[in-house]
Design a protein. Structure first.
Length: 70
């Protein structure tokens, strides 16, 4: 499983998708989220502003990564 390292307490879901290299733009992130293709901790997530914290797990069409606060 890949990790996305953050230095803050949380990160928005759309920002995490860009940081993980899943999307290149906010528009791409918004599309994937609105289409129901993103899950957080095994639950479908439709809010692009969802705050992710340390140890949250995100899955997008088979790509999985975990948030890690450093």
């Amino acid at each position: 499983m890949n990790t996305v390292e953050i230095t803050t307490e949380s990160i928005r879901l759309d920002q995490a998708l860009k940081l993980a290299g899943i999307t290149g733009t906010g528009g791409e992130s918004k599309y994937l989220i609105q289409e129901g293709l993103v899950s957080v901790n095994q639950e479908e997530e439709l809010r692009r502003g969802r705050k992710l914290h340390d140890k949250d797990i995100v899955e997008v069409q088979g790509d999985v990564f975990q948030i890690k606060r450093v």
